[in-house]
Ligand binder design. Structure first.
Ligand SMILES: [Zn+2]
Length: 64
């Protein structure tokens, strides 16, 4: 299941990043077992400075 959530502040501006989070739930209990950040977005920076934004995202996505 994919949810959106605000996370840590954007590296380029004070706005919190919008995270696309994939949740893995236990089939038995329904509790969230694991979460994986699938994407990060900042509307300001994606629009205002896409080149810088892409560089930052490349660095962040390296840690998986
Ligand atoms: Zn930003």
């Amino acid at each position: 299941m994919m949810i959106n959530r605000y996370g840590a502040p954007c590296p380029l501006c004070p706005t919190p990043l919008l995270l696309n989070v994939v949740q893995v739930r236990s089939a038995q209990s329904g509790f969230v077992q694991r979460e994986r950040v699938n994407g990060r977005h900042c509307r300001n920076c994606e629009a205002a400075r896409p080149e810088q934004w892409n560089e930052v995202m490349r660095a962040l996505c390296g840690d998986g």
